[in-house]
Design a protein around this ligand. Structure first.
Ligand code: GDP
Length: 303
């Protein structure tokens, strides 16, 4: 039996954010760790990789695991891979923080609950998100009471990532459930991901942002080369798409779209890496990569 943490002991452990796509997990993680690391976009399923954000204070260190949305089983190879990744993350976590929209509990939310709960009585918090969008907060009371009655949550909290409401309360609830451990990371470390990985994420974020409605699933970014040049990082990257038509969209008229993506990604990298960046971008076609196990492995989605 593990001993209960002493009241004044340092606590350190992992918290997995789970929830169906679009409930606001990435936005919440960014608001919590105060540094924009994971990808936020108005479209579902833009976070495909697990990203670790570290939040350190005098009494605790929370290691956030950002999981891809759990999907219905079946479907494309990429969905199966994402499900597997999400389950692995949940299995590793000390605390599960399920995010759901305040006032809206769907069959998919219930499925996420079923998948992520009941593992050796793992602590499970529910964060009800986007409360700024609810004008009359009183109508949430019966909703919360019903969820509390029919589920086993260790706490239900109301949050708004946009308005930064309820974030301290959520962090305090997570801290209370962490095991007694010394810190795993130095205080100034915010992620265990390589700059190479982050560079690819920043490019993909810009592809998602600039191409609003188009190509949500069919692009991925591969860093071909990342080397230290004369006082700057030299990065060669490929944006992979599935069809020639998509390639034309990403490049844009007269190459303007690709230029805008590259410029914005470079600015973001410069800020994050704290040095100058020279970025060269290509767009290439690999048909049907998102349903091709070999391609998924190459692009880092598989084990
Ligand atoms: P994820 O798929 O669960 O990671 O969801 P995202 O973080 O990408 O957010 C999905 C959408 O919900 C985006 O359009 C966000 O702007 C929106 N959203 C996230 N947090 C809030 C919030 O606190 N308030 C409101 N009104 N919208 C939010």
């Amino acid at each position: 039996m593990t001993a209960l943490p002493r009241k004044d002991a340092y606590r350190c452990g992992t918290a997995a954010l789970v929830g169906r796509p679009n409930v606001g997990k990435s936005t919440l993680l960014n608001a919590l760790i105060g540094w924009r690391l994971s990808i936020v976009s108005p479209k579902p399923q833009t976070t495909r990789h697990r990203i670790l954000g570290v939040l350190t204070d005098a009494t605790s260190q929370i290691l956030f695991l950002d999981t891809p949305g759990l999907h219905k089983t079946g479907g494309r190879a990429i969905n199966r891979q994402l499900n597997k990744a999400a389950r692995q993350t949940i299995a590793e976590a000390d605390v599960v923080v399920q995010v759901a929209e305040a006032g809206r509990w769907t069959a998919e939310d219930e499925a996420v609950y079923e998948t992520s709960t009941g593992r050796e009585g793992k602590p499970h918090l529910l964060a009800l998100s986007k409360i700024d969008a609810k004008k009359d907060k009183k109508i949430l009371l019966p909703f919360i009471a019903e969820l509390d009655k029919s589920h086993r949550f260790d706490g239900i909290l109301l949050v708004s990532a946009h308005k930064k409401d309820g974030l301290d309360e959520l962090l305090a609830a997570i801290r209370k459930l962490l095991p007694e451990n010394p810190p795993a990371f130095a205080a100034d470390e915010i992620t265990d991901r390589s700059e190479r990985f982050l560079a690819a994420e920043l490019i993909r974020e810009q592809v998602m942002r600039q191409l609003a409605q188009e190509l949500p699933y069919s692009t991925t970014v591969e860093i071909e080369d990342f080397r230290e040049g004369d006082q700057r990082a030299e990065i060669d990257a490929v944006i992979w798409v599935e069809r020639e038509g998509q390639k034309a969209i990403v490049i844009g008229e007269g190459g303007l779209m690709l230029k805008a993506i590259g410029t914005a990604a470079r600015v973001a990298m410069k800020r994050l890496f704290e040095r100058r960046v020279h970025l060269r971008l290509w767009v290439k076609v690999r048909e049907n990569w998102s349903d091709d196990e070999g391609a998924l492995r190459r692009f880092g989605y598989a084990d």
